[in-house]
Design a protein. Structure first.
Length: 171
């Protein structure tokens, strides 16, 4: 069952450099991080402290297979923990019959990813996905920034990129 929550502060992104008070800092509002990225665990822990920790009844990270968090402009959010029915469409490089097992080597391209949840362009999105021991993180916090406006990047392309990092990575 989706869990509603309310953030106390507006999260806008992650700093890309250090700065003293009054200096300029660059920050990242959108990122797709794969299992091999050295900063994946750091980002997950920071988001845990800033967002996931505000979600009542959320299970510990070790029990989360996938987690979708949507945050509206009013900082009201909804979290879907291990309840999405994720559907992935791929292009195959051999004939496939209904019910046949598809192996990694059969897949030449990820075409689309459907989460079964409507994601409004004026909402921030955070999506953690797992496959075995591997995890990926997608976040787009831009819509939470005043005067930024709604998401302009095509979310479907971002979801496909996350799927490629999780599924197509041969490591």
């Amino acid at each position: 069952m989706p869990q509603q929550f309310q953030l106390k502060e507006r999260i806008c992104g992650f700093s890309m450099n250090s700065a003293l008070a009054g200096e300029t800092v660059k920050f990242c509002t959108q990122e797709v991080i794969g299992p091999r990225a050295p900063h994946l665990v750091d980002r997950l822990e920071q988001i845990q402290n800033a967002v996931f920790g505000e979600i009542p009844g959320i299970p510990p990270p070790s029990l989360i297979d996938h987690l979708l968090v949507l945050i509206g402009p009013d900082l009201k959010g909804i979290a879907y923990v291990n309840e999405l029915q994720i559907q992935v469409s791929v292009r195959v490089n051999r004939e496939i019959q209904t019910g046949a097992i598809i192996f990694r080597q059969d897949v030449s391209e990820v075409i689309s990813v459907e989460l079964g949840v409507d994601i409004p362009n004026d909402h921030a999105v955070i999506l953690v996905r797992s496959s075995g021991w591997k995890r990926t993180l997608l976040y787009d916090l831009g819509p939470l920034i005043p005067d930024h406006g709604p998401r302009t990047a095509e979310l479907q392309k971002i979801l496909v990129r996350q799927e490629e990092l999780l599924f197509m990575d041969q490591s």
